[in-house]
Ligand binder design. Structure first.
Ligand code: 5AD
Ligand code: SF4
Length: 459
């Protein structure tokens, strides 16, 4: 067997893609290893969303090259491939900047990886950043043996062009997989042991997949012609026996339509937790970000979602220091955070990305101001998150057990609100939901004991 080392940076889409690429290379004789030092093939699946994420690639390449040189001295070879969004954005530049890189391949062309690796083995240096006419989803292997909680990519790309964001350039136009291929993949995941499915997409609630054809659909549930929305897809997925929980990420507030909101009320399996990035609470900034909604539109969607599913909790992404952001704009963001009360968050300092409209503005915010605003925003959000977690102590929550814990006799699972929970429990409970009584919090995870077995307190 040849050794394959994969490093994944950035978002869940990359995690999903990395797993597919590893599966694609397995029939070529590549077996995954956990260290790059003597790998035959190294895949660095990169992220371009902020400057720091992109720069990490080059520091990792710097550390990798001595290993490649050492292997070459002993007659061995190491093929180094840069994949993902930095590959898409920087292309041949990467080959110029780092001599030891053999392959640069963008997210839409992963199915061509075996051919590219063959070329590299012959000494070629190759770049493939096309948006090919065929869909990679038709050519990548179907996900194999699964975790209890599985990801399923249903949508890719983005047409929104927020003025700060590189995604529309690196991932290309919005594309939804056909419903039948999503349903097939979901059933297979559940057959192989998945009990929770997290639907993935850069803009997952913009999903509009081709409806199944009547032939393929058989009789009974009769197909709709045209396209299915995400709400429709979720209701259909919820019918899969043995699938216990559904989630989706990441959404855009503009695509939070009435049907999807209603699905939160009528689909028990859809978990009461939603990551809905708002970025800013200032209407002026939202407009300049090209987000296509106001702060009150966002508040209104949250209100509707809470009406549909009263126990729903929210998470969000925030950017501080967008060009031209004033203290009043920032205060509006703090105001929105106070109004909504979030339970989880990702807060970022604005990072100018080459080629995006906001990057060339001449009213960039000073670094110290960004730092100061980030700290204030994080303080508020951390307070909200802790308050939420503390409210669970003494409560009972249904937990889906996903894996063995660090300590003997311990399992780790998740609450409906995606908090990790650990408890003393038998491995037979893996893949099952059990009622736990919560006894305490540790950082952002909860500790509890099985309600049916009082006294079995978590270690
Ligand atoms: N600077 C800072 N944060 C950014 N994000 C996207 N682009 C940028 C940028 N240029 C953040 C947004 C998005 C998340 C995935 O990353 O908050 O929702
Ligand atoms: Fe980027 Fe905006 Fe598209 Fe999200 S919606 S991926 S932030 S352009």
């Amino acid at each position: 067997m040849k050794k394959l080392y994969v490093k994944t940076y950035g978002c869940q889409m990359n995690v999903y893609d990395s797993a597919r690429m590893a599966e694609l290379m397995a029939p070529q004789g590549y077996e995954a290893v956990s260290s790059p030092s003597d790998a035959d093939l190294v895949l660095l699946n990169t992220c371009h969303i902020r400057e720091k994420a992109a720069e990490k690639l080059f520091s990792d390449l710097g550390r990798l090259m001595p290993h490649k040189a050492r292997k070459a001295e002993t007659g061995g070879g190491m093929i180094v491939a840069v994949t993902g969004c930095v590959a898409q954005a920087a292309g041949a530049e990467i080959l110029k900047r780092v001599k030891g890189v053999d392959i640069v391949v963008g997210p839409q062309s992963y199915h061509r990886l075996p051919a590219l690796v063959d070329g590299a083995a012959r000494g070629e240096r190759l770049v493939d950043t096309e948006f090919p006419p065929e869909s990679k989803f038709d050519h990548l292997p179907k996900p194999g043996a699964q975790n209890v909680s599985a990801f399923l990519s249903v949508q890719e790309g983005c047409d929104k062009f927020c003025s700060f964001c590189v995604v529309p350039y690196t991932r290309g136009a919005e594309f939804s997989r056909p419903v039948s291929s999503v349903l097939d993949e979901a059933r297979r995941l559940v057959d192989e042991g998945a009990r929770e499915i997290n639907l993935l997409g850069q803009n997952v609630n913009a999903y509009h997949g081709a409806a199944p054809s009547s032939g393929a659909w058989g009789h009974g549930a009769g197909p709709d012609s045209g396209e299915w929305s995400l709400g429709h897809l979720i209701r259909e997925l919820a019918k899969i026996p043995n699938l216990l929980r559904l989630r989706y990420t990441t959404s855009h507030p503009k695509d939070m339509d009435a049907d999807l909101i209603a699905a939160h009320g009528d689909t028990e399996k859809l978990m009461p937790f939603l990551h809905l990035p708002v970025q800013s609470g200032s209407d002026r900034v939202l407009k300049e970000m090209n987000r296509g909604h106001t702060a009150d539109d966002y508040r209104h969607s949250i209100e509707q979602l809470r009406k549909a599913r009263p126990d729903i909790a929210f998470s969000s992404d925030f950017i501080v220091g967008f060009p031209g952001e004033t203290e009043a704009d920032f205060a509006a963001s703090l105001g929105l955070v106070r109004d909504i009360d979030f339970v989880q968050f990702y807060a970022f300092k604005y990072s100018p990305r080459p080629g995006t409209p906001a990057a060339s503005r001449d009213d960039q915010v000073q670094e110290e101001i960004k730092n100061e605003r980030l700290a204030r925003l994080q303080d508020l959000l951390v307070t909200q998150q802790h308050r939420f977690n503390r409210s669970f102590v003494g409560r009972k929550v249904p937990v889906l057990f996903e894996k063995l814990g660090r300590h003997e006799g311990q399992l780790i699972g998740r609450s409906p609100w995606i908090q990790p929970v650990h408890a003393a429990a038998s491995p037979e409970l893996l893949g099952r939901v059990a009622m736990l009584s919560i006894t305490g919090i540790e950082r952002n995870s909860l500790a509890g004991f099985l309600v049916d077995h009082p006294g079995e307190h978590a270690a």
